[in-house]
Ligand binder design. Sequence first.
Ligand code: ARG
Length: 587
Amino acid sequence: MIVFQTELHNEIQKILAEQVIVSTDAFVVERPVRSEHGDYSSNVAMMLYAQNRDRFSQPRELATFICHNLEQKKLNYLEKIEVAGLGFINFHISKSSLSDFCAQLVGEKEPLVEQTGEGKSCIVEYSSPNIAKPFTVGHLRSTIIGDAIANMMQYAGYTVHRDNHLGDWGTQFGKLIVAIKEFGDQQENEKRIQQSAEPMKELVALYVAFHTRAEQDASLEEKARQWFTKLEQGDEEARRLWKLCIDYSLVEFQKIYDKLHVTFGLKTSGVREAIGSSIFPESFFEDKMKEVIEELREKRLLTESEGAQLVFFENDAFPPLMILKKDGSTLYSTRDLATDRFRKEKYGKDILIINEVGAEQSLYFQQIFEIEELLGYFPKAQRKHVGHGMFRFKDGKMSTRKGNVIWLEDVITEAINRASVINAESAEAVGIGAIKYNDLKRESEKDVVFDWDELLNLKGNSGPYLQYTLVRARSVLAKLSQSFKPSQSPTLSQSSDFTHPDEENLARALIHISEYFSRAVAHYAPHELCTATFELAQLFNTFYATCPVATESDPTIRSFRTMLVRAVERVITDSFAMLGISAPVRM
Ligand code: ARG
């Protein structure tokens, strides 16, 4: 499939070389904001003018020169090239090339995304909830956005290791153990957890109770620390209670992943395996932190401060990061370093690592990346933190400590209930699609104000709107052919005769799709994928209103429009595959 943007960029590059034009600055070929400026526009003359003043008196003159040379090349896909404004070059793609392009889009199964990942691997780490704490909306965001990024990377040719850095280690277990053992009768407590229909709620209640009581009784914190140390030392009772918490939490998490159709590592059976046999939770690194501490010591990166061990950064670029507490116990940071050291050993030093974790940890990740570069684990270019903003409900941020928790299952159930008003049969696909798209459609760093009406708005930029569009496209195709299967290659007679401006608008948008999709992958930005898909859906729905397809009596026009519908169907299908949104059969 031809990517006009790349073609034009290369053609300009060639001319610059042939005509010995000084070009040290980067220039772009982009889709202009206003469609009357053509399909593509380049700022090449404005970018390079300053370096070529001796030959050209103005950017426009340089633009005209490049334009003239391009015309000599007689590029068959161009209908018109013109110089505009202060020296932009605008390109108009010919109608016959537009329709050829659409036919290719339908006919070839070539991916819509530049295969930048061929022969490369990456780790996408997402979700990462904490055991014995609720799966928060933050973890939901990480799950949805991280899964989409993993899909996108895979689509771009990467081998993707999907990891879930479960928080199954740390001082919170000391707290829980104290609560289970000391708040009431221990056996009763354990029985209550084991027999409850909602064991997570029991665990969280104990966690909340711990914090309420600890406010009155400071000795509880100390006890919790001691229990965590026991856990670290392998104390049998501590281990047993820790395991209890893990088992009940995993069952709960798996329910959510099943609903969302999100998987990790390799798919096998059994709860732990289902979450992923090749995922590496925090506890996995329990015995792998020693090496990290040694390496930090060797490189003289650790400094003692009030008994604790910290890394201080050159010129105080970042605040110091604690690696060992004063009682010698390890921290979240210690485990992260051990995790990445392990990843280097397991997957090799060239692996790209993407962590989808709340934006509030962005400073933390900068500290970690810096330390890992100093340790020689990974250069920063191979590390990427994709942060997500907070979800805002009316009462602000949620806190497990205080117990004002929104249960995710409730949110999911409510979405499905509300979606059943749209269509009972597709309620689950639509409800979940709505939740996912709402998280994916905006820059992930931004906070989200949760609004059911926006989520399920069939006329706006929502999951249901796109699903509706896809169902519509497929039903047109089904009407045309009894044998239609989603995204099947067609046998079509092509015609370059656009008979309606809405056909042309649609085709002119389609030529940019793979550019947008490829850029979305390069930016690890599902929202760019959403924006492009939404724009296309809108143009398609306009086209649908003005251009009959199945009922069109002229066979040439009908066949040409069918091709456009197929192209749209294919694009949305692929976009959904990347976004992790399912296509309902009916709506
Ligand atoms: N469990 C952590 C939390 O809930 C997120 C872990 C993110 N990943 C990491 N490698 N630190 O905040």
